[in-house]
Design a protein around this ligand. Sequence first.
Ligand code: ADP
Ligand code: MG
Length: 277
Amino acid sequence: MDAFKQNEMSHTLAVYNFKGGVGKTSTTLSLAHSWARSFKVLVIDCDPQANLTQALTSQEHSTNLFTITKKFLHNEQPSIQPVEIHPYLYLIPGDYRMAEIESNTQFISFGHIIFYKLLSAIRHNYDFIILDFPTHFGVTVKSFIANINSILIPATAGSFSISGFKKLLSYLSDVDKDKPLEILGIFFNQYRKNTLYHQKVVREAEQELGSLILDQRIRESIRVSEANGRNESVYAFTDQSAVAEDFLKLSEEVISRLNRINLNEAISSVAEQEAKG
Ligand SMILES: Nc1ncnc2c1ncn2[C@@H]1O[C@H](COP(=O)(O)OP(=O)(O)O)[C@@H](O)[C@H]1O
Ligand SMILES: [Mg+2]
């Protein structure tokens, strides 16, 4: 992690796949807890379902992503005070009303400017800002993508397809951005190493997509749901479970991949593979 520290800049990444139930929220939580051992981390719950918020805090908070967005929409300066989970980990809670605001015409036109203002106001306070995205590729997701550095893509062997991944890249490339989005890569979650079908899917994905696939996989483990349900991290179990070890290694691998592959490079590498047949 020292290589990152030397950079001394904050990095904003989203955990995203337009498929539901692939582990976006569980990954956000685990990365956040793991990086918060060495860095100052903020997580933003962008999903109206607010699963991340429920996993981190059982209290109601008057300031959340919706109340902040609404103030910006009314040209007021919101006070942005993330909830302190512990001295290295902070949260901007989610709110179900983020679903309604998606049809607000001002938000549709200016969402990217609002989130630019939001991130500019707080970025300097954190080493990492991690966004837990909803599944829906709507205004919230697009407006944040316009302003972040990178995305990390969780996938499950059961639902992964190269064509789905290509579609995701093409959606992402429709978002106007000053600097190309970095693709940190895809990793397989809920992986069962003894299931032949899982082995086959991952082997084929690695052949087709090469360096876009992270080495670390996250095994399937009941500990993930247990931790979420208990408002704890997977690292909190005293027996240091194997899945916690997987997530810890993933968090290190992600850092080692910062500033490496951008979206245009990812799209051409997929096209090259296809041409090779
Ligand atoms: N590695 C894993 N092993 C077992 N269950 C998992 C794992 N990762 C996620 N889950 C469970 O799968 C469900 C969906 O995960 P979640 O992180 O909420 O996905 P998403 O945010 O993409 O919808 C949750 O019930 C979660 O506890
Ligand atoms: Mg989620």
